[in-house]
Design a protein around this ligand. Structure first.
Ligand SMILES: Nc1ncnc2c1ncn2[C@@H]1O[C@H](COP(=O)(O)OP(=O)(O)O)[C@@H](O)[C@H]1O
Ligand SMILES: [Mg+2]
Length: 285
């Protein structure tokens, strides 16, 4: 065992989890250990990084851990159709199709709440159309699939379908996992608005019983996000990066917990490996 490895395990042992904080598994064992057992429930976690660093796969692990724990999942995917998410996840040992999936673009209302509600570009288009029709009477605006308001309406619809967010109702609402891969898509053409849009999103969609992953893409050239805004409103930031491939002539990925409220955390980078049949495996640097 390398000294880095032992020091990360010692860190995990030394820190006693705070008992008032409920922990949500990331689906990656080493990452949970780096966070005193997991992400504090209700956190909004920004997942940032360049293309190919493993952001989408980290989202799949988070969703999968939820399904295994009996948590419903709202999965927004703007980068790929959900069908491709399913195929990618299956290669890494996670078979989403063993759970009930409802695509928000279908008009079918299931008898009982599904385990996964999918919002992809088609679902967003449908919601945008509905919003535009509602506004038409008032001579109002037209919505686009990639508007922040469309995203908010789509996720709220997913919350409704899941029936787990009885506002003001009695009983304990179930824990829900929300994945938005990516949020950058919603403000790619207006980077200056990133901070305001991030804030609007959190105000509209944050709930005590919703823990969220929000993917934000880094522009490779400038190494800055499409509008640095999400990280300010996020409770946590997982940052992923890759060494310069022209220098290393190899894909060498890293992840670091840059920030996480309500918890102590390991503060060094991990090497991030993506392995067939297993997915992400982290090794302390
Ligand atoms: N079945 C697999 N086995 C090993 N590595 C894989 C497999 N599928 C994908 N990968 C790796 O994952 C990378 C994509 O990760 P992804 O999470 O989509 O990146 P990002 O979302 O940050 O752009 C691919 O470039 C590839 O290196
Ligand atoms: Mg991706």
């Amino acid at each position: 065992m390398s000294s880095a490895e032992s020091s990360s395990q010692e860190h995990a042992k030394r820190v006693k989890p705070r008992e008032d904080v409920v922990r949500i598994s990331t689906g990656v064992k080493e990452l949970d250990e780096a966070l005193e057992g997991g992400i504090p429930k209700g956190s909004w976690v920004a997942v940032t990084g360049e293309p190919g660093t493993g952001k989408s796969i980290l989202c799949m692990h988070f969703a999968w851990a939820g399904l295994e724990a009996g948590d419903p999942v709202v999965y927004v995917t703007t980068e790929a159709e959900f069908r491709d998410v399913v195929r990618q996840a299956r290669q890494l040992g996670m078979d989403f199709e063993t759970h009930s999936i409802l695509d928000i673009s279908s008009s079918w209302e299931p008898q009982k709440p599904p385990e996964i509600v999918v919002v992809d570009v088609f679902g967003l288009l449908k919601v945008a159309r509905q919003l535009s029709e509602e506004q038409e009477h008032e001579g109002g605006r037209r919505y686009a699939a990639l508007d922040v308001q469309t995203l908010v309406a789509a996720v709220r619809e997913a919350y409704r379908v899941l029936g787990v967010l009885r506002e003001g109702g009695r009983g304990v609402a179930r824990h829900v996992r929300l994945v938005v891969d990516s949020v950058s898509a919603f403000w790619a053409d207006k980077p200056a608005m990133a901070r305001k849009y991030s804030y609007d999103l959190k105000v509209s969609l944050h709930r005590e019983n919703v823990t969220a992953y929000l993917v934000s893409q880094y522009a490779m050239t400038t190494r800055s996000t499409f509008g640095f805004g999400l990280e300010h409103i996020a409770d946590g930031v997982f940052h992923l990066w890759m060494e310069d491939v022209e220098r290393t002539r190899e894909v060498v990925r890293y992840v670091i917990v840059k920030k996480m409220r309500m918890t102590d955390h390991y503060r060094k980078a991990f090497r991030l490996h993506i392995e067939p049949g297993r997915g992400v495996r982290l090794v302390p640097e």
